[in-house]
Design a protein around this ligand. Structure first.
Ligand code: CA
Length: 234
């Protein structure tokens, strides 16, 4: 899950970026409206966190031009302005939700999850594909009811697949979802994490699509992991 944070307040920006990273999001951060437009044009973000009072181009204008160009990206407004008129203008310009500063990071993360859920057409907070469930709020992953322990990156990768079951994702697309600008990408990282996921979830779980990338089937048949964890209910 890769997000763009647009915030010119350094303390707020740093805290939000740090908090969301701990929550497993890849976060790119820009500090003015023009830079936000450049970033959105270049990268494929899942969500935009947008301050309204910004240098160079204010948040409301950034939002308006995004929507005028047909962008469907979910937008959550972060604003210190407590005037009702600003929030109404933001929502009417195409924002999906807003938070008034100062806000709690846990609430921000919960609202982000809700927006991403809505964006992918789900109402159920737990993602379910075949015998596998993934809870974005608790980071709990279960295979046939048994909890599977995943590292943060393995979780993020699995989430990218489960958000679009049946879609083929290239290595570059997966890297984009896992890493922000400031993260260093280890070479072969995606392959390494896919290998680890196959070990934990079954070798057939993630399929190679020759020359294109990887995919998880829409309805995963009963998965037989290589190493069956203890305590699998029969
Ligand atoms: Ca500001």
């Amino acid at each position: 899950m890769r997000l763009l944070l647009v915030e010119d307040d350094l303390m707020v920006g740093e805290a939000v970026r740090k908090g969301l990273r701990l929550d497993g999001f890849a976060v790119d951060w820009v500090q003015d409206g023009k830079a936000a437009e450049v970033a959105v044009a270049q990268e494929d973000y899942e969500l935009l966190l947008l301050d309204l009072g910004l240098p160079k181009k204010n948040g409301l204008d950034v939002l308006k031009s995004l929507r005028a160009r047909g962008s469907q990206i979910p937008v959550l407004i972060l604003t210190a302005r407590d005037a009702i008129a600003d929030r109404v203008a933001g929502l009417d310009a195409g924002a999906d939700d807003y938070l008034i500063k100062p806000f709690d990071l846990e609430e921000l993360a919960a609202r982000i999850r809700a927006l991403l859920r809505r964006q992918s057409g789900r109402a159920d907070p737990v993602i379910e594909v075949g015998q596998l469930t993934l809870n974005p709020a608790t980071h709990e992953v279960r295979l046939e009811g048994c909890e599977i322990n995943l590292s943060a990156r393995e979780f993020a990768l699995l989430r990218a697949f489960l958000d679009r079951p049946g879609a083929v994702l290239s290595r570059a697309q997966l890297e984009e979802k896992l890493y922000g600008w400031d993260d260093s990408i280890e070479s072969n990282a995606v392959e390494v994490y896919i290998h680890a996921l196959r070990k934990k979830l079954g070798s057939d779980f993630i399929k190679n699509v020759r020359g294109v990338g990887y995919m998880v089937a829409k309805t995963v048949a009963k998965v037989v992991p290589d190493a069956v964890p203890d305590g699998v209910p029969k």
